[in-house]
Design a protein around this ligand. Structure first.
Ligand code: C5P
Length: 411
């Protein structure tokens, strides 16, 4: 069954204020609509200097609201109507001046008016600042940002980088896709608030020589999805990743490694400081005893005798080592089992052998590299199947199960 888009059923008021970053708001409106939201755009007079109503109306599929004096509203109260219908208000871009207005509770035009008039408990306000770095760093702006945060607004970004004015620094608005993901994360239940999760992901690469090595088809997608889902659920997340080209989920601390030994060396010291350990990495079981210093050359005549013989040695088992930490230092452990046959039986045996409370079984060839998967959770009580879905939806379901099964897990 296809997973419904993540913002399905959400009604978002997207507020635009004056700034060059209005060009990103066009893409953002599109991303929100693509994710299933209905989007009501509200623009300030300053925003109208940067992007047209026609563009925003076409992308959102709704008439844009620009004035509190719009006579088309039967009750003549657009500020009340707009904020009562919204699941959230997202102001992107939010100028320094607009943030100052919010901090002071001003209501001089429709957008500031509806932010002030919104029911604070049921209609959250998210703000994506966009301004020159000096404006962002100014004590007045920092004071205003602290004030709106204290008043319950969620400030998204800003990022650092090139600015439209030619300067480089803090104050760039987050990209449209980043803001979409922030909004999706905002709506996820905070099941792991105050908890910490350590995740391994991807394959490892065991060098034979400077240009070759032993690896596998793991894409890292499942582990990255779990890291993202745990972060969305409010956890502090550390992701130890093998060589994969995936982007780091927002808010996740990432440590890149290449070999199983490096993964072991990164994970073991971190494990006692985490409440959960989720081992999704497809760690190579063996590595060449010795990697050659130089590329191993073919003999001049390629006959059978020219093939080198590789001596292999076993890699340390990271999951078993973490599960074997003394109580008090041991996180609540989740292992993965990718099998090609008898998936559940192998997973049961693996759970006992590794000494972990939960093993997530999946069919390796049907999972590696794909965007969707089917998972079977195997614990001491039995099995629970999470039906085929995209890996992020499955990761969210797994996070929910972890929160339920380990209410007592350490922070
Ligand atoms: O033993 P096997 O590789 O089948 O077990 C899979 C589980 O153990 C996965 O959770 C994997 O991340 C973990 N593992 C590990 N270190 C290894 C081998 C596997 O952490 N060296």
């Amino acid at each position: 069954m296809a997973t419904p888009p993540e913002l399905q059923g959400r009604h978002i008021v997207l507020g635009l204020t004056g700034g060059v970053a209005c060009y990103k708001a066009a893409e953002l409106a599109r991303e929100l609509v693509r994710s299933g939201a209905t989007v009501q755009v509200v623009m300030t007079d300053a925003a109208l200097q940067f992007i047209t109503v026609a563009t925003m109306q076409a992308l959102s599929g709704r008439a844009v609201a620009t004035s509190q004096w719009d006579a088309r509203e039967p009750n003549h109260m657009p500020h009340i109507n707009l904020s009562r219908q919204a699941d959230a208000i997202l102001v992107a871009p939010a100028s320094a001046d607009f943030i100052a207005q919010l901090a002071q509770g001003r209501a001089g035009e429709l957008l500031s008016l509806l932010c002030l008039a919104r029911p604070i408990e049921s209609c959250p306000l998210l703000v994506a600042p966009a301004m020159n770095r000096e404006m962002w760093a100014h004590p007045a702006t920092q004071r205003n940002v602290a004030q709106i945060t204290a008043d319950g607004a969620t400030v998204l970004g800003p990022a650092a980088g090139d600015q439209a004015c030619g300067e480089v620094g803090d104050g760039r608005m987050l990209e449209a896709a980043e803001l979409r993901d922030e909004l999706i994360a905002f709506f996820q239940p905070k099941l792991l608030a105050g908890r910490s999760v350590l995740v391994t992901a991807g394959p490892t690469f065991e060098p034979m020589d400077p240009v070759r090595g032993i690896t596998n088809h793991s894409s890292g997608k499942m582990g990255f999805a779990i890291a993202r889902a745990a972060a969305e659920a409010g956890a502090q997340v550390t992701l130890v990743a093998g060589p994969v080209p995936l982007p780091t989920p927002r808010g996740v601390r990432r440590i890149d490694v290449l070999t199983a030994q490096q993964m072991f060396d990164a994970v073991l010291p971190l494990a006692p400081a985490h409440g959960f350990f989720v081992a999704t990495a497809a760690v190579a079981d063996w590595r060449p005893v010795q990697a050659a210093d130089q590329k191993i050359k073919k003999k001049a005549r390629a006959d059978a005798d020219s093939a080198p013989t590789l001596a292999l040695t076993e890699n340390p088992d990271i999951l078993a080592a973490v599960a074997g930490l003394p109580q008090g230092q041991r996180p609540w452990c989740v292992g993965f089992a990718a099998e090609s046959e008898n998936v559940v039986e192998h997973a049961r045996a693996k759970r006992v052998r590794k000494g972990v409370p939960l093993i997530v079984a999946n069919h390796g060839p049907a999972a590696f590299g794909r965007d969707d998967n089917t998972l079977v959770l195997v614990d001491a009580q039995g099995e629970l199947e999470l039906p085929r879905g995209d890996k992020l939806a499955l990761a969210r379901a797994l996070v929910q199960q972890m929160a339920q099964r380990a209410p007592e897990a350490r922070q």
